[in-house]
Write a protein that binds this ligand. Sequence first.
Ligand SMILES: [Zn+2]
Length: 243
Amino acid sequence: MPKYRILTPLAKSIQQYSAGFLHLFYPHICMQCGSENLAASTLLCLPCEKSLPYTKFISIEKNSIEKIFWGRVPIKEAGASLFFTKESIVQSLLFALKYKHQKKAGWLLGNIIGQEMLESHRFKTIDCMIPIPLTKKKQRKRGYNQAMLICEGIQQKLPHIEILPILRKLKNSTSQTGKGRIERSLSISHPFTVITPHKLMSKNIVVVDDVITTGATLEAACKCLWKESHPCSISIVAAAYTL
Ligand SMILES: [Zn+2]
């Protein structure tokens, strides 16, 4: 019998779901392949971590993510470590992070970003990280902010970068139902505020999020940071980029 089989997408997602499900009860096994050969502090064995779909964008100038923000908001450098596709291990990791209280997924993704920042000639002047916040209500419900966990994972690799969770997401900024046209447009363009803006003045900052899709949330956050805090530069990193 061959050692490796070609799995249909359904079989593959069932296998990944089962491994992810098993991981909840047997946290010492790899979330992707079920191997027992992994450290207690992580979710993937080394071969599975190495086989993730890396974008390498963190080291690449003028990459697809930087182009998203051209003409929208000034960004020094931007990148995301992994490609996000449906029914992939990246989706399972993000799902575990957001909905299964798997904080280790956030630290693992942060470690991956931090390692890439460490090895790149870019992102060398960063002073502090700003996690994209959740609304107070959502954070209370989830118990944590996944972007903060990613920041903590980055900091394990780059301890000199301070985490400043001083960006706030304003109440109801995502729910537009029942609002008038002007009110709606105002809340879309200004859904954030900075609680201690002077702390970022003249600093080189990096805004951290879990996934980049259209870049709309990050654009709004960066516009708010430019307006309220006057940093020296703003960069962006995320765990994954949706194709
Ligand atoms: Zn594995």
